[in-house]
Design a protein around this ligand. Structure first.
Ligand code: ADP
Ligand code: MG
Length: 865
């Protein structure tokens, strides 16, 4: 083994250690192979900076954690698992003696969730931070919080090959940044002259030919081939065997699903030239010495949120230009090298310059749940290095709420997660007991919820299979012809319970046919997608088994499996709107069409695992619901008793114009059934009708001028005769009165024909009513025996209008024996006002003699006294 102290990282050792002592936070930026991962932890240990605690090094990949631990143990001359160890899911080699521990990010996150003091840890090293995994982002944020509160002595180091040091420097401030240029030899990059056509040429064959080319002309040195996953790696290894130029080469695979010994063998040095076919674990995590040529497929398996399925999927995608540069760099570690890119230069310009950080492209539900488990409920204000899209956060919260993993803290009378009062109580939600149990499974919360249920129902294997079937690419080919449809039906039979069951039968068929492209095409199965199910299935099984679930093969009851799907996809619950069409209504007020190719056209209530938006011919967007499972309403009551609601809603039937009652059964905001009920309760009918009257949309016909005048009269009465203790009818009282009048009415017609008087008059006691009639009567009797109408304006004294002849002989007019003065409008015979006065005696004495001559000439046939 060459002396590690020759590695470039030692050039910045002093600065790094000074930085640790000065600020406790250091950013290390150095190219791959500089010695960051293996040397920095040892530097801390040797400098005594760990005191009695551990240095925990975070790695994004299990395979890297294990191999780095092994290498460092070797360099330290200790047994793996003693002073130097590692801890990844399902595998751990640590002991009480361990001082340097390599772990995957998820493991650390769990530790921080349950121990905010990070007892026994002196330093945290975030390696490969440029990959910007969600767990890494969160882990770092938590580490800084812990450092600022309970553990000011905690050392935090962030390392990476390529790093946006500016962003980090600001985020970690105050911190020290140390950089090393490393030692790189030039690498020549070559492109394909023509684009690779995946239909004619499999990528592994193209890669094998490229290997043959490069071995034939390149001086000695090993070759590193990048492939997206285990399947493509195996195919490549196979294809390499057919290249004569390569017969003297050793060929190795390197990926996370291999046995550790095999992984070790791949990185060992040999006399003969070797070709290593690896996933992007060899991009920056692991350094393989002696490589002078890189063959890059340009592909990687990338986790990304799929809005159709509401989960993160793992699909093969083109890597970014930055990633491709990292891969090329692997060829120039020890000597000048060459990189063969299996795409054209023109295609290269179309690649994304950089991959988005996971926080910007993944579903956040799992990480939000982890934060809540650590007591961080207000996730929006969490100190994210780069905050996620608020919509993505809201979506994660909503899903977790739907799954029952989080909830607002209980307030009295809380009904269902969508109850208004509850939402208005606002504030962040907290993790529930179910949420805590879900957290044990390092999978998307939907699957975690399904595993929890599967544990209870004894169908873990089936759930693992369903998870595998939904996580890869779409299994069925689109737009198959009738012949294929027929073949499907003949071979797979009919299905009424779940499209999943059909999918599982199809998978078994494909498996039996060894995923032959021809056999798969006959049933319209995407062979490549089918092939990728098995490794995903194994992964899910492994996780389940690791949590102590019973994964034995057993006969399972379809009902129980369907209940599991219901629990995992409850936010995709749909009800068919009618039998004639495939239209459905979903929870959260969405609508969609059940997919034509679904087998469940007979089901009324469904959960769907896929919601896709598909553009129609006329440019419209159709929401298509796929991968459906039939469920029963009784299961909703059983599994979500708090979210089921039965209520009677009353409303005005627009056709009959009568108030009717509907009996509705709901699940959250989805109406399961709505039936025209019996007579609505009288009070509700009255309220609905009264609201129409008050809004001016409905008129009580007998509510005329007289009523309004009477109301004014009551107001004046209350004012002028306070001793009577009557109350005026204010606007709000009017509403009450109308409410009362409508009581007993069923429809618009009843209201129109109402007689308002009995209820109006009830406003006053009989004594008040009698007094009103005598003190402020509607009419007043004149000296000549005529009864004149008294006008009661809102302000000022009451008024009577009378023709002059009617007033002959009247000297004095007043109400309530003079307590209320009256205004008299004296009219000419043609009804024109002559004078307004409150003193008639004076009118006769002073005004009348003056105007009489003219009037009598003009109206000679009238009497003029
Ligand atoms: P960095 O993290 O900066 O990429 P590493 O610390 O991983 O660098 O590796 C530094 C050097 O140590 C490598 O260039 C390689 O020579 C050597 N090395 C690391 N791990 C191994 C290993 N498992 N087997 C052999 N050599 C190794
Ligand atoms: Mg490293």
């Amino acid at each position: 083994m060459p002396d590690p102290r020759e590695l470039p990282i030692y050039e910045i050792q002093a600065a790094l250690l000074d930085g640790v002592r000065a600020t406790g936070r250091v950013v290390v930026q150095a190219p791959t192979g500089s010695g960051k991962s293996t040397q920095v932890p040892q530097m801390l240990l040797r400098a005594g900076l760990l005191e009695r605690g551990q240095c925990v090094v975070l790695q994004p990949r299990r395979i890297a954690a294990r191999m780095l631990a092994k290498r460092v143990a070797q360099e330290q001359g200790v047994r793996l698992g003693d002073e130097v160890g590692y801890q990844v899911r399902l595998d751990s080699r640590v002991s009480a003696k361990t001082r340097i521990r390599f772990v995957t990010e998820g493991i650390l996150l769990r530790q921080m969730t349950f121990d905010a003091h990070l007892r026994g840890v002196s330093a945290l090293v975030f390696d490969e931070f440029h990959e910007r995994h969600l767990d890494g982002d969160i882990g770092l944020a938590r580490a800084l919080q812990i450092q600022q509160t309970t553990r000011p002595d905690l050392i935090v180091i962030v390392m990476s090959a390529t790093l946006d040091a500016g962003l980090l420097q600001k985020y970690l401030a105050p911190c020290t940044v140390v950089r090393s240029e490393g030692r790189m030899f030039p690498v020549t990059t070559e492109y394909e002259t023509h684009p690779v056509n995946p239909d004619r040429d499999d990528i592994w064959d193209v890669a094998a030919r490229a290997c043959a080319r490069v071995v034939a002309r390149q001086p000695p040195g090993d070759v590193l081939v990048f492939m997206p996953g285990a399947y493509e790696i195996n195919r490549t290894v196979n294809a390499l065997q057919f290249q004569r130029e390569l017969k003297d080469c050793l060929v190795f695979s390197l990926h996370g699903e291999m046995a550790p010994e095999e992984q070790d063998r791949a990185v060992d040095r040999y006399e003969r030239r070797k070709i290593i076919v690896a996933t992007n674990v060899a991009e920056t995590s692991l350094t393989i010495d002696g490589v002078t040529a890189v063959v890059d497929s340009g592909l990687a398996r990338v986790a990304r949120f799929d809005p159709h399925r509401g989960i993160n999927t793992l699909l093969v995608e083109r890597i970014s230009a930055a990633s491709a540069d990292q891969r090329a760099g692997r060829a120039g570690r020890t000597a000048p090298g060459v990189c063969l890119r299996l795409w054209t230069e023109r295609e290269h310009t179309q690649r994304a310059p950089q991959e988005l950080p996971e926080v910007k492209r993944l579903d956040l539900a799992e990480v939000v749940l982890t934060l809540k488990a650590a007591g961080i409920d207000d996730v929006a204000n969490f100190p994210w290095i780069e905050p996620p899209d608020p919509k993505a956060l809201a979506r994660a919260e909503e899903l977790l709420r739907d799954l029952g993993a989080v909830a607002w803290r209980r307030i009295p009378n809380f009904k269902g997660p969508n109850a208004k009062s509850e939402a208005e109580a606002g504030g962040p939600t907290s993790i529930t007991e179910i949420g805590r149990r879900m957290l044990k499974f390092p999978v998307h919360p939907r699957y975690a919820r399904m595993f929890l249920a599967a544990e209870e129902y004894g169908c873990v294997r089936t759930v693992a299979m369903m998870a595998a079937l939904t996580q890869g690419r779409t299994f069925w080919l689109r737009n198959v012809d009738r012949g294929v449809e027929q073949a499907r039906e003949d071979l797979l039979g009919t299905e009424t319970e779940s499209d999943f069951f059909l999918l599982m039968r199809a998978y078994r068929y494909a498996e039996k046919a060894n995923f032959s492209v021809d056999a798969c095409r006959r049933l319209g199965i995407h062979a490549q997608a089918a092939r990728q199910v098995a490794p995903l299935f194994d992964q899910f099984l492994e996780i389940a088994q690791d949590e102590g679930l019973d994964i034995a093969e057993r006969r399972v009851d379809g009902v129980l499996v369907r209940k599991c799907v219901l629990l995992g996809f409850i936010d995709h619950l749909a009800r068919r709107l009618d039998e004639a069409t495939l239209r459905c209504e979903l929870v959260h007020k969405r609508r969609g069409l059940l997919a034509r190719e679904s087998a469940l056209h007979g089901a009324k209530l469904l959960v769907v695992a896929e919601i896709s938006e598909i553009g129609g011919r006329a440019g419209e967007v159709n929401t298509v619901l796929g991968l459906a499972t039939a469920v029963e309403e009784a299961w909703l009551k059983e599994l979500f008793p708090e979210d089921c609601d039965e209520s009677i809603t009353t409303g005005l039937d627009p056709n009959t114009k009568r108030v009717t009652a509907r009996r509705e059964r709901r699940f959250r905001d989805l109406v399961l059934e709505s039936k025209e009920g019996a007579e609505p309760p009288e009070t509700e009918a009255a309220q609905i009708l009264a609201r129409l009257v008050l809004a001016g949309d409905l008129k009580i016909e007998a509510w005329d001028e007289r009523v309004e005048e009477w109301i004014v009269r009551v107001a004046r009465f209350a004012k002028w005769f306070p001793e009577m203790e009557a109350h005026p009818i204010r606007d709000e009282d009017r509403a009450t009165l109308i409410d009362q009048m409508c009581y007993g009415c069923r429809g618009v017609k009843d209201v129109r024909n109402l007689d308002p008087w009995p209820i109006l008059k009830d406003w006053l006691t009989p004594e008040q009513l009698a007094a009103l009639e005598t003190l402020l009567p509607e009419r007043i009797e004149m000296a000549n025996g005529r009864r004149s109408k008294i006008g009661y304006p809102k302000e000022g004294p009451p008024v009577i209008s009378a023709r002059i002849q009617e007033l002959f002989g009247v000297e004095k007019l007043s109400l309530a024996r003079g307590r209320v003065p009256l205004k008299i409008e004296v009219l000419a015979p043609n009804q024109r006002p002559l004078q307004v006065t409150d003193d008639l005696a004076r009118f006769w004495r002073e005004v009348y003699p003056e105007i009489k001559p003219a009037l009598s000439r003009r109206y000679p046939r009238h009497e003029w006294r």
